[in-house]
Design a protein around this ligand. Structure first.
Ligand code: PLP
Length: 462
């Protein structure tokens, strides 16, 4: 398409400045230099628009964050309203209404027993905060157990990219290079029925992965501060859906061995799975809950770590007791972000968002049945509007495509030609549309994917 001369020069200028100065996250910049970057200019509802006005369905909610859509009038208004008062002040020594109101609202919505809210700015920092709180809690509680310093995580887990969060992560590609920088953590096999790490099958396995975690706890409980999991579905690990009852069993094991349970709901929280928090699907409450992403509806960076009253109480003392939680970021509890979060949560109620997610997720499941006959579709894993479609080189043997073939990348890149923006995790095509997505938009999404997969299948499977 030919562009207006002004537009052409704007595009050329932005592209060259981007390539000259901008270092993109999780991106091999050498490849980026050869690519034609897509420059997003504006958005509306579930769509993003590039500089040329081309429209794309936001199939991954701008990295798993958008709830009610882009430019939701109520969220825009709430931020403007707050902007007329104060854009930023601090929670270090002061307080403000949006942070207070939001903390109360989060406690009301969260699983029972989580009564204290500590703000930070990203999913990684919410995890970092949970790890530090868990560590410090065991040293400071009335009968201290200072030996309890270790963390257990699932082998393929992803909990963020700061040093503590990477230490409890297991995705080799992201973590190997930083190994010497990390603290040691204990691991348990991830519940991943399509590629069971224990080479067992449901239901005869008796959920041996959970029992393996139980063995780690039984052996070393005196040294373990906490277990960290993503409940019901592991996101960045490749959208690994957990068997029903897994989270409940982990909760039981943690209680039995006197180990804290940290649930990382950075990806699964705020309606994504059809529950406000995924823990609710299994009727459990963790000791620490990490939330971020959907908290502000996809508008502004804000995260929180929720804790129980018992944990909070261990941090109380006189100044000289040095029991303070020594943590806090400059923008912790930013008023604009808290105002956006409050408006976001109000809309969940007004729009019956959870009901909508459950209905539209059923519709999505039906539509995805169209993809099942394709030979390269190995497994479809879904929890609400959180989906992973794993592409395989051989369906019978579940043989994966080699990572260097960048199959997921090629598929999602072609989807752009059909007006759909996606971002894969290796060979897994991730579908995470905004929670407000309509049936017509689901059709658009699956039509595009079906077309691209049908086109590409003969090229990949010769
Ligand atoms: N935890 C989980 C489960 C995540 O999916 C992510 C990000 O994808 C994070 C933590 C890190 O969040 P952030 O990228 O906001 O630091």
């Amino acid at each position: 398409r030919s562009l207006e001369p002004d537009l052409e020069s704007t595009k050329t200028r932005l592209e060259s400045l981007d390539k000259a100065h901008l270092w993109h996250p999780f991106t091999q910049m050498q490849g980026w230099q050869r690519s034609q970057p897509l420059i997003i200019e504006r958005a509306e509802g579930c769509y993003l628009y590039d500089l040329e006005g081309r429209r794309y369905l936001d199939g991954v909610s701008s990295l798993w964050v958008t709830t009610h859509g882009h430019r939701t009038p109520e969220l825009d208004a709430a931020i403007r309203h707050q902007l007329d008062r104060v854009a930023h002040t601090t929670l270090l020594g002061l307080t403000h209404a949006p942070a207070i109101e939001l903390a109360a609202k989060l406690v009301q919505l969260a699983p029972p027993g989580l009564t204290r809210v500590f703000y930070s700015d990203a999913g990684s920092t919410a995890v970092e905060v949970a790890l530090k709180i868990a560590f410090q809690y065991w040293r400071q509680r009335p009968d201290p157990r200072p030996r309890k310093t270790k963390f257990v995580h699932l082998r393929e887990s992803y909990h963020g990219d700061t040093v503590g969060a990477v230490s409890v992560g297991g995705i080799e590609l992201f973590h190997e290079i930083y190994r010497p920088l990390l603290f040691e953590a204990l691991t348990a096999p991830e519940p991943h029925c399509y590629r069971c790490p224990l080479k067992l099958e449901r239901p005869t396995c008796g959920m041996a992965c959970a029992e393996e975690l139980g063995r780690v706890l039984a052996d070393q409980a005196d040294d373990i501060a906490a277990v960290i999991i993503e409940p019901i579905m592991m996101g960045a690990a490749g959208m690994l859906a957990q068997p029903e009852g897994y989270v409940r069993r982990v909760r039981e094991l943690c209680t039995q061995h006197d180990v804290l349970l940290i649930c990382d709901e950075v990806a699964t929280g705020f309606g994504r799975t059809g529950w406000m928090f995924a823990c609710e699907a299994e009727g459990i409450a963790p000791d620490l809950l990490c939330i971020a992403k959907g908290l502000t509806g996809g508008y502004l960076p804000l995260a929180a770590t929720l804790a129980t009253e018992t944990i909070y109480a261990a941090f109380l003392g006189e100044a000289g007791d040095f029991k303070t939680f020594f943590h806090g970021h400059t923008y912790t509890g930013n008023p604009l972000a808290c105002a956006a979060a409050l408006a976001n949560l109000a809309l969940f109620e007004q729009n019956n968002t959870l009901q909508h997610v459950r209905a539209i997720a059923n519709y999505l499941a039906e539509q995805m049945d169209r993809l099942r006959p394709l030979r390269l579709v190995g497994d479809i894993r879904q929890r609400g509007l959180m989906v992973g479609i794993e592409l395989v080189a051989d369906r019978a043997t579940r043989t994966p495509f080699p990572p260097e073939q960048l199959v997921g990348y090629h598929v999602t890149n072609r989807c752009r030609d059909y007006g759909v923006l996606l971002r894969p995790l290796g060979n897994v095509i991730v579908l995470m549309p905004p929670l407000a997505v309509s049936t017509a938009q689901i059709d658009e999404l699956i039509d595009a994917l079906q077309t691209v997969l049908t086109e590409i299948e003969p090229e990949l499977l010769t």
